[in-house]
Design a protein around this ligand. Structure first.
Ligand code: TXA
Ligand code: MG
Length: 347
């Protein structure tokens, strides 16, 4: 299959029209959102949704998010509107917040992976919204990467993973946030299953107490059932080994330099994920600056593309850890998973 790429910064109407034709026929379309690129299919058609799992090599028990273009479109999908849903939707939609609630019979088992709940979000990205509108159905979409790989934040990342496997990629340029949406379950006590740009602090300020799932910063225990099945799987991992070094900037940089020198001695190609505050410690070494340590937004926006780019150049990636407050939680959640929870603490 030839994979066509249409630039929606220029051809948004034509691109989304073509995309909607494919979705209506049960096909797959990769499209930009403000978080990461999604791989979409008609979310009410189980056969079409099954194609997503095949293209990504995604485990069948990992449910998908339905994407809608209007708030009122959640009505037929949820069994009933959960408590707090209205205020959360009014505040954060369209945007990077996914809400989970008990689902109606309209939602196919392929979307929910057999659970009795469904995850829904309304993306802010214009291409995404036009594609959903023109398709006339909710679009089921996971991130448009091969299962286990870092999520794609640029059309070229989608192409690297799915070229020849899907008919169309809508290229809207780099994604604004670069990490996936916050996933908040409203099926019981409000619980964040995956942190994102809508933070615990922001949600808490609106609805009061909100829990954070244990598996966000730690590997899931073998005998504990996963609240979010996606947490079980190896995630965001490049082929290169990733080590996260946590601690004060100067101490972390010292440790990273030591690891770098050891790797060099063994002729292992190495890359450092540095920050504005620490770049001066890495003179003469191969590093990339992800952003300001105190500005998690930028670090998040650059993490997945840096993982993908560095994977080509290095066999070992040494990354600084940051504080886990606010948006820092989303960064550390992705980085720790990419590192397979290999962490060195220097505090
Ligand atoms: O920003 C995003 O959310 C992107 C863009 C494309 O919208 N999508 C995305 O989808 O990240 P995906 O499939 O890569 O991640 C969805 C996560 C998984 O961890 C999945 O297990 C969880 O949401 N999830 C989906 N439905 C669920 C449900 N009913 N109960 C618990 N977890 C659910
Ligand atoms: Mg994903």
């Amino acid at each position: 299959m030839k994979t066509e790429v249409i630039h929606t910064k220029i051809h948004v109407e034509a691109g989304t029209k073509r995309g909607a034709e494919i979705i209506k026929k049960g096909g797959l379309v990769a499209f930009p959102t403000e978080t990461v690129y999604g791989l979409g299919a008609n979310g009410l058609n189980g056969w079409a949704v099954a194609e997503i799992f095949a293209a990504k090599g995604r485990p069948a028990d990992n449910p998908l998010i339905l994407h809608v273009s209007r708030k009122s479109d959640v009505k037929p999908l949820w069994l009933r509107k959960p408590r707090h849903a209205d205020i959360l939707m009014d505040t954060f939609w369209p945007g990077p917040l996914t809400l989970i609630a008990p689902c109606s019979d309209l939602v196919p088992d392929e979307v929910t992976a057999g659970l009795d709940t469904v995850a829904i979000r309304m993306p802010a990205d214009k291409t995404a919204r036009l594609l959903i509108q023109k398709s006339g159905v909710p679009i089921a979409a996971p991130s448009a990467n091969l299962s286990g790989r870092p999520s794609p934040t640029r059309a070229q990342d989608v192409l690297a993973d799915l070229d020849g496997k899907i008919p169309l990629i809508l290229d809207g340029g780099p994604c604004r946030y670069g990490v996936e949406s916050t996933v908040l379950s409203l099926a019981g006590a409000p619980t964040i299953l995956r942190p994102g740009a809508v933070t615990r602090e922001m949600i808490g300020a609106l609805i009061g107490e909100v829990r954070v799932s244990d598996s966000i910063l730690a590997p899931l225990q073998e005998d504990v059932p996963a609240a979010s099945p996606g947490m079980k799987y190896k995630h965001y991992a490049p082929d290169a080994q990733v080590i996260c070094v946590r601690g004060a900037p100067r101490a972390a940089a010292k440790k990273i330099n030591e690891l770098y020198r050891n790797a060099e001695r063994e002729r292992i190609a190495c890359k450092i994920f540095a920050t504005e505050q620490t770049k001066m410690f890495y003179n003469g070494k191969k590093y990339v600056i992800l952003g300001d340590r105190n500005h998690s937004e930028t670090l998040c926006a650059n993490l997945f593309s840096a993982l993908r780019d560095s994977d080509v150049q290095a066999d070992l990636i040494l990354a600084e850890g940051i504080e886990t407050g606010d948006y820092g939680l989303a960064y550390m959640n992705r980085l720790l998973r990419a590192a397979g929870f290999q962490v060195i603490d220097v505090t």
